[in-house]
Design a protein around this ligand. Structure first.
Ligand code: FAD
Length: 496
């Protein structure tokens, strides 16, 4: 049986390996010249800079991928845990560095608020329960409809985790200092949403960071994409780079293959799209073939935010830890500007990766690299990036000056930028939404578009905009869920 996968992102490649192991003949068609999708890297003037992901969470998921392939993670990647996890600067109001070591974390929290530090044990005990239930009942489970979520144990857990509240408000059950509350909620932006709007269960992201740690693969995060691509080859998966898919072929409400940009038709027994889900429906399937998914319905889906990026090659070292967050004076106002008003944030929040503190292999001798990410509204905002990019860049350097990183611009020897428009073009991300479909309550778990089309037979999805959501480990879990579905549908007498 032949499966065609559209896209060689982490999700597409991991699904391909898993299905090849089950005995399927798998071909991936990828529009770009590289594997990894958003897990990308730029090589310029002897600098090697990760373009997308920089923080690896839940490394056990990556380990499980290699285990399931009959391989050892250590033979492919050298992972290091970071201590502290990162540093957060609060504009004009000090800093905070979380640790995965509980004692150190409590000491750090006590520097801000002894009362909040005292509540950390209660927080850990509660979230341990929520995490276990979320994994079993939501994350590692396929959903075909919202009704699949009707399970008393799961609903009770969801409600106590604060399903109907937002991440930021839930932190108030434990902590009072606004800086600690932000430190336990800004991670919502990793999946492209505001902590003031995201369902409180996503408060599990900081819990996972603070208990399982944040990891770094030597050589940069792109090493993960390189490793998975090699695993694909070892499993017999064919990857056709520079081969955009133009259309998914549908006959009698069944996916029967794809048409490539050049007009060639590749027939298959099943098609999996690893490309952005809204883009897949809007651009790869004719509207007449998807009466259940008309354009009007697709346009109601809510996308995540986007990101303005600056990548720098710098002469000398930069006095910053591996990961730094520079929060504005009023973070809640900044979230409101990005996510609700969809305007350019007056005072941007900024994330900086300075991986050369752990890895000199990324830059020529005597140099280092900086990766700068500013969360911004997606393209539905109509911001004119030709005009705004320069202004936003200026604000980034002014903020760096204010934490003592002076005259950095004089040391720049390489610079590249990516705007939301570039994200859209590079990976076909609808609205340039860097994290795919927004994880709102009505777009999570059983409410999120499932990894199998509800009406078109043999059409599946894998990756950030289907269940369970965005992020490398979560997308790897989505590949696990596709394997589960294929086992049920193709081997267990499944009949669609
Ligand atoms: C700036 C940024 C920072 C991030 N930081 C982190 C982080 O620190 N940690 C973390 O875990 N996650 C992070 N993420 C999220 C993570 O990168 C994504 O969730 C994950 O890589 C998505 O993988 P995917 O396989 O779902 O999709 P993608 O990576 O988007 O792969 C889809 C592939 O499909 C291809 N494609 C699209 N259309 C077609 C077509 N018509 N024909 C053929 N091919 C097509 C695309 O080119 C792409 O290669 C970040 C993302 C971004 C953008």
């Amino acid at each position: 049986m032949k499966v065609v996968i559209i896209g060689a992102g982490v999700g597409g490649m991991a699904a391909a390996c898993r299905l090849a192991k089950l005995g399927f003949e798998v071909e991936i068609y990828e529009k770009n010249g590289n594997a990894g999708g958003r897990l990308a890297c730029m090589q310029k003037e002897n600098f090697r800079v990760d373009i997308g992901p920089t923080l690896l969470l839940m490394p056990w998921v990556l380990r499980k991928f290699f285990d399931d392939m009959g391989m050892r993670l250590e033979d492919w990647l050298h992972l290091e845990q970071l201590h502290p996890i990162y540093r957060i600067y609060f504009e004009g109001d000090g800093q905070f560095s979380p640790y995965s070591d509980v004692k150190k974390m409590i000491e750090e929290m006590a520097n801000i608020s002894q009362k909040d530090a005292d509540a950390y044990g209660r927080y850990l005990a509660d979230y341990k329960k929520y995490y276990q239930i979320a994994l079993e009942e939501f994350i590692e489970k396929n959903f075909d409809s919202p009704l699949d979520m009707i399970n008393p144990k799961a609903i009770a857990a969801l409600l106590s985790a604060g399903a109907l509240r937002d991440v930021y408000s839930k932190t108030g059950d434990y902590f009072a200092d606004p800086r600690i509350r932000l430190a336990f909620s800004i991670q919502s932006v990793y999946i492209g949403a505001a902590p003031t709007a995201l369902p409180a269960v996503y408060g599990l992201i900081p819990y996972v960071e603070f208990t399982e740690g944040v990891w770094y693969p030597k050589g940069g995060l792109y090493k993960i994409a390189e490793a998975i691509r090699q695993v694909c080859y070892q499993m017999g998966v064919k990857i056709k780079f520079g081969n955009p898919v133009k259309k998914i072929m549908i006959e009698n409400m069944q996916a029967v293959g794809v048409m490539l940009e050049g007009g060639e038709i590749v027939r298959a027994d099943a098609v999996i799209s690893n490309a952005d889900l809204i883009y897949t429906y809007l651009c790869l399937i004719e509207e007449k073939d998807r009466p259940h998914m008309p354009n009007s319905k697709l346009r109601l889906l809510k996308n995540s935010c986007s990101a303005f990026m600056i990548y720098l090659g710098i002469k000398g070292a930069v006095d910053l830890p591996h990961h730094t967050f520079l929060l504005p004076k009023d973070s809640l106002k900044t979230f409101e500007e990005i996510f609700e008003k969809k305007t350019m944030p007056q005072e941007p929040g900024i994330y900086i990766a300075n991986p050369c503190v752990h890895d000199s292999s990324l830059a020529p001798e005597g140099h280092s690299i900086l990766y700068i990410l500013v969360p911004v509204p997606n393209l539905s905002s109509k911001i004119n990036w030709d005009e705004e990019a320069g202004r936003l860049r200026r604000k980034v350097f002014e903020r760096l000056e204010r934490i003592g990183i002076k005259e950095l611009e004089k040391r720049i020897v390489m610079e590249e930028r990516i705007t939301p428009q570039n994200w859209k073009e590079m990976f076909n991300l609808e609205d340039g939404a860097t994290f795919g479909l927004s994880p709102t309550l009505l777009q999570s778990a059983g409410f999120r578009p499932p990894n199998k089309d509800r009406k078109i037979k043999r059409l599946y999805f894998v990756g950030a905009s289907t269940h369970p959501g965005s992020g490398i480990p979560i997308v790897l879990l989505s590949a696990q869920l596709i394997e589960k579905r294929f086992k049920e549908e193709f081997f267990a007498g499944g009949n669609r």
